[in-house]
Design a protein around this ligand. Structure first.
Ligand code: GLN
Length: 532
């Protein structure tokens, strides 16, 4: 096994996750089996209880783990399917250790950060590849070097490297080389200081990935090399991408990061064959036509909140040779000003998942606008629930219909709490989570799009379509095209007579990949393209 550790310095949000994922792409295209893992130094056990404002999207895995959005990049950039072992938080480490301590596993001892916390971290590094065959593990350490909470992780990987041997471990430090416009210069000092910090802990990086807005000229590279004690060819430039994040692997390949890592780790020399990837990137960059897709949510100013959805739209767009122009529509604004102002002229309307009642009425108005004006509609999770509420009010005449989540006293709870959720009190990891089978009803649009009888899709919800309304709505033109195997849960709905109106209780965005767009997104953009 070979190990690559990626740390970050100077500031957060440098795109360490993307760098890790992109290196994974390159190694995979060299024929290596790659596993990616993320450490998050915060004390939450998982990000499931954090607001998107704190953390961006919560990415859900097949096994139901609620994880950091970087795992979304990992799954999109490599072939692997990840599990809860691939995302480790300080919260999980401390939870394990404190339970062991109470059980008496450490009787007589003082429980300490070194060695107990660091040992547990090292165990999790080794454990992540148990039962799967891998050549390389890429571990990204979240946070910024110098943070107090990241120290145990850095100490653990330092020890780990010592035990694994120098030819088996490659340290990459992602750093910022800012451009100071008044001086007209790229500045290397923040990088120098951040590497100094890392060396103080005992880690000498083998390569520096330097994020920068401008090209890094040779003299600047030399300076970084000298002060940071890395060879000049190990100073890797990673510029802000012009068009799409899928360019990052190609950029890192040009800078020879993969070659450098493979040489150090004594991995086979063959080059990464990136032709199919490059074709995909080309389609993303220069599509034949463009469509306008509105996303109606409540975190519209936050790039990261609906990350997987935006990526899934890109994948499906590339498939149809369509560029996607996002029209971000704030649900509360739609409520205030009416849906037409923002949504008129768009070729598709997408409503993502969400929690809590803020913005709900705006989303319902947007779903109604899509239904009446026959604009293609894709509802995801909460986006299905609002479509059902809108149908109840607008078609079935149940004027006060609502979800029990937003109005406990509604006379028509068309969306109600899942039976299994009634006894749930704890908030952490207690939703209906992860991949569950969904049976597709033959003759429906869903069945045609998937071309399969049963699929597995990832979930994250507590509420669900209320079956008491099923037959009534069916008579009015709602099609239940995907259901749980026992037919007790509605998974996909469609509306008859509408050119393309589909909504699902699960999150298809988590399973879309660059050259394999998700069937529902593919169908949605196909319909939007036809409408354009
Ligand atoms: N809040 C809704 C529920 O819990 C929808 C969840 C979601 O969109 N992920 O069922």
């Amino acid at each position: 096994m070979k190990y690559i550790f990626i740390t970050g310095g100077v500031i957060s949000s440098l795109g360490k996750g993307l760098t890790a994922a992109a290196l994974g792409t390159l190694l995979e295209h060299r024929g290596l089996r790659v596993v990616l893992q993320k450490f998050d130094p915060y004390l939450n056990v998982d990000p499931g209880t954090m607001s998107p404002y704190q953390h961006g999207e919560v990415y859900v895995l097949d096994d139901g783990a609620e994880t950091d959005l970087d795992l979304g990049h990992y799954e999109r950039f490599t072939r692997g399917r990840l599990t809860r072992r691939n995302n480790l938080t300080s919260g999980q480490i401390y939870e394990t250790i404190l339970l062991q301590e109470r059980r008496g596993d450490y009787l007589g001892k003082t429980v300490q950060v070194v060695p107990h916390v660091t040992d547990e971290i090292k165990k999790r590094i080794r454990g992540v590849t148990d039962g799967c065959s891998a050549d390389v593990l890429i571990t990204e350490v979240g946070g910024t070097t110098g943070d107090i909470e990241g120290l145990p992780f850095l100490e653990a990987i330092r020890q780990f490297a010592l035990e694994a041997g120098p030819e088996n471990v490659f340290f990459i430090h992602v750093t910022l080389v800012p451009y100071i416009s008044v001086a007209g210069e790229l500045k290397t000092k923040p990088t120098q200081q951040s590497v100094a910090k890392l060396r103080e802990i005992g880690i000498q990086p083998h390569a520096l990935v330097c994020r920068s807005e401008k090209p890094i000229a040779t003299p600047v590279r030399r300076k970084i090399s000298l002060f940071c004690n890395v060879p000049v060819e190990a100073v890797i430039e990673e510029r802000d991408v012009e068009h799409t994040i899928y360019e990052v692997p190609l950029m890192l390949q040009r800078e020879k990061l993969d070659e450098l890592a493979c040489r150090h780790l004594r991995l086979p020399k063959r080059a990464a064959r990136m032709a199919p990837w490059r074709r995909f990137v080309r389609r993303v960059i220069s599509p034949k036509r463009r469509v306008k897709i509105a996303v109606v949510g409540k975190y519209m100013d936050l790039q990261d909140a609906y990350k997987s959805i935006y990526e899934a739209l890109t994948h499906a767009g590339a498939w149809h040779n369509l560029g996607v122009d996002l029209v971000t529509a704030d649900a509360e604004e739609i409520k205030k000003r009416g849906p037409a102002r923002k949504l008129k002229g768009v070729h598709g309307i997408l409503i993502p998942g969400g929690f809590g009642d803020r913005g709900i009425e705006g989303k319902i108005a947007a779903a109604g606008y899509a239904r009446r004006t026959k604009v293609p509609y894709l509802g995801l999770c909460l986006g299905m629930q609002v479509a059902v509420i809108e149908f109840a009010r607008g078609v079935a005449g149940l004027k006060r219909a609502n979800s029990a989540e937003f109005d406990e006293a509604t006379p028509d709870p068309v969306i109600s709490l899942l039976e299994e959720q009634r006894a749930v009190r704890r908030k952490g990891a207690s939703m209906r989570l992860g991949a569950w089978p969904c049976r597709l009803v033959s003759g429906t649009r869903a069945a045609a799009l998937y071309g399969k009888r049963t699929v597995r899709e990832r979930h994250r919800h507590r509420y669900e379509f209320n079956n008491a309304y099923r037959s009534r709505f069916e008579q009015l033109g709602m099609v239940f095209s995907g259901v749980s195997p026992r037919n007790d849960l509605v998974e996909i709905v469609e509306i008859k007579g509408h050119p393309w109106f589909m909504a699902c209780q699960f999150h298809p965005e988590f399973q879309s990949r660059p050259n394999r767009p998700h069937p529902l997104f593919r169908g949605f953009l196909g319909a939007a393209g036809a409408a354009a």
